[in-house]
Design a protein around this ligand. Structure first.
Ligand SMILES: Nc1nc2c(ncn2[C@@H]2O[C@H](COP(=O)(O)OP(=O)(O)OP(=O)(O)O)[C@@H](O)[C@H]2O)c(=O)[nH]1
Length: 598
């Protein structure tokens, strides 16, 4: 144990976490040339393309320091707020953290929120000033910012460049000398924290764990505490670039476990592994069932593909336990699923994976957050509203609650006014304003989550000219005034376009939705009225004008078989259109409410 160090890297997006990890692996000889690839740790294609570490992994390095051999376990943390619970569990598996700060960008919102998580877990923090090679780097000023934030000495900060390799040796030395070795009871019953899991289609779910007390052996009968299920440890081992099976993983160390579990939902991040016969009395603190934050309907473009979509979703769920779904039906879209996601990025990822891995073309409806509704009849009985159609009739509605978040925004002093107006427009209440330096300000707001789901990120970027970073964490439910806004096309309600909105926004958004739909819906041979309504009350109207006759005339004529061929050809291009009544609606229309300001 004396020679083990468990650490993670925390940083704001793009400050160089993955590049630094690669450099550490290089320097310790943990990768051969053949295995060298950019951003080794990001193994999913999607991750690589987006440049975001979505799933956390762990990797072990050997390193000799002052004549002694050390084992360094680097636990990777996801870089996006949608996955913040996973970040917190990865951090809980470590004793130390490299806090990477970009020498040109300085401290950003995610730097701070991750730092708080690390401090809550009593991690030793090693500040690293990265990208000092950049001409735009401002090492003195950024070092002052770090000293102010951490209350450390200037000499504690390691100047580095993950690009040139500067400072890498110092970082490794700091990990060994400054991060404490793990402490744990070797003789106590097994107690290990699950900080991640990865689905492997051939071997089942691989569970990544950190042993806190005792040890885990190949062939051992083990139990997962939260799910209360027993398993047989088919294989345990350490994680290098490949897996190395071992007989035993001991106190303080990190490893993987294979039990033949085929469903990702059985392995819960944050759960405790213990011995089945001699269980620990204490589970690792901090276990939470992750709850989806954003809901949307997913429908097949072709109604016949419903069963195929179901089986694709089931397969996706096997390797992404945070995806939840229930069947639902819509008059406009037919049969589909109401799905729960961790956030908007997660939604996009699922949609993309359905298309790439399962070759499905899907329509996604306007996302909403999860509300709590109470009726006059049963004012104490909570009704979960994950779908606009679940909202009880206004006359029977007692009250509605919506999820709130604490938003942290760091921006330049010049943009404070703009950022504040935006947040207030988004129903935010300012709770704190701190000048980190004379130039940089940290603002905190309590805000409804629903306001973030729509165009918040983009607006924030615009009003701050890109000089604002943003992070959030949930703070519970608060009472709200919610209405259901319906959209009528040609006089018919299109249920898949309904949205749950705060009453103060309803008129404005209803109007913008009509305007946007007018742009998106192709002209047809007749006028198409587009209306927004709250109950029976029309709050906005636009019209898609009919095409002139002579233009359409050309589309017709010719014999039937030729026409059918033409239709087949067009089908591909038309795939994302939906016929509702006699109106054709393109896929973008169903998401239009998200892009009202484009
Ligand atoms: N000049 C310079 N560029 C660097 C350095 N470190 C990283 N970069 C570049 O900065 C960009 C972001 O680096 P990443 O390592 O992907 O950042 P990250 O923090 O892992 O980003 P996420 O995975 O998105 O959170 C990449 O284009 C890197 O090549 C450095 O020390 N100097």
């Amino acid at each position: 144990m004396k020679h083990i160090r468990n650490f993670c890297i925390i940083a704001h997006i793009d400050h160089g976490k993955s590049t630094l990890a690669d450099r550490l692996l290089d320097f310790t000889g943990s990768v051969t040339d053949r295995e060298k690839q950019e951003q080794l740790l990001d193994s999913m294609d999607l991750e690589r393309e987006r440049g975001i570490t979505i799933k956390s992994h762990a990797i072990q390095m050997d390193y000799e320091y002052e004549g002694e051999q050390y084992v360094l376990n680097l636990i990777d943390t996801p870089g996006h707020v949608d996955f913040s619970y996973e970040v917190s569990r990865s951090i809980a598996a470590c004793e130390g953290a490299l806090l990477v700060v970009d020498a040109a960008q300085s401290i950003q919102a995610q730097t701070i929120s991750n730092l708080y998580l690390a401090l809550e877990n009593d991690l030793e923090i090693i500040p690293v000033l990265n990208k000092v090679d950049l001409p735009s780097a401002n090492p003195e000023v950024v070092s002052d910012d770090i000293v102010d934030l951490l209350g450390c000495e200037h000499s504690d900060i390691i100047p580095a460049s993950a690009k040139t390799g500067l400072g890498i040796e110092e970082i490794l030395a700091a990990i060994i000398t400054r991060v404490p070795p793990p402490s744990g009871k070797v003789d106590a019953p097994l107690r290990a924290l699950i900080f991640d899991s990865v689905y492997n289609p051939f071997r089942g779910v691989e569970t990544y764990f950190r042993v806190i007390n005792g040890s885990i052996k190949k062939g051992q009968n083990i139990k997962f505490v939260a799910t209360n299920k027993n398993y047989f440890a088919d294989e345990v081992g350490t994680l290098r670039l490949k897996q190395f099976p071992r007989q035993e993983i001991k106190t303080g160390d990190v490893g993987y476990l294979i039990t033949g579990i085929k469903d990702a939902r059985e392995v819960k991040v944050g759960d405790t592994i213990t011995d089945a016969k001699n269980p620990t009395t204490e589970a690792v603190a901090g276990f939470e069932d992750v709850k989806p934050m954003v809901f949307a309907g997913i429908y097949p473009v072709d109604t016949e593909d419903y069963e195929e979509l179901r089986s694709s979703m089931e397969k996706l769920q096997l390797n992404d336990a945070s995806l939840v779904f229930l069947p639902e039906s819509s008059a406009a879209l037919g049969f589909g699923f109401r799905c729960g996601f961790l956030g908007m990025l997660h939604l996009e990822i699922i949609q993309e994976r359905l298309e790439r891995e399962f070759d499905m073309t899907v329509i996604t409806t306007v996302p909403n957050v999860s509300y709590h509704a109470y009726t006059n009849k049963n004012p104490d009985e909570r009704i979960l509203v994950n779908n606009p159609s679940d909202l009880p009739e206004p006359s029977s509605l007692n009250r509605v609650e919506e999820p709130y978040i604490k938003a942290t925004i760091i921006t330049k002093a010049d943009y404070v006014g703009n950022v504040m107006s935006l947040c207030i427009e988004k129903r935010g209440e300012i709770t704190n304003q701190t000048y980190l330096t004379t130039e940089r300000v940290e603002l905190s707001f309590d805000m409804p989550l629903a306001e973030i789901v729509f165009d918040f990120y983009d607006r924030l970027k615009t009003v701050s000219r890109g000089y604002a970073s943003f992070d959030y964490s949930p703070i519970g439910m608060r009472q709200s005034k919610l209405v259901k806004v319906d959209v009528l096309l040609n006089g018919n309600i299109v249920d898949a376009l309904s949205a749950l909105l705060h009453v103060d926004n309803a008129y404005d958004i209803g109007k913008k939705m009509c305007e946007k739909l007018k742009e998106l819906i192709p002209r047809q041979q007749f006028d198409i009225p587009i209306q927004a309504a709250i109950g029976a009350k029309i709050i906005a109207r636009e019209t898609v004008k009919a095409l002139r006759k002579d233009v359409t005339a050309k589309c017709y004529g010719g014999d039937i078989s030729r026409k059918r061929k033409l239709l087949e050809k067009q089908k591909k291009g038309k795939k994302r259109m939906r016929q509702v009544g006699n109106v054709e609606i393109p896929q973008e229309a169903f998401m239009a409410v998200l892009k009202l300001n484009d």
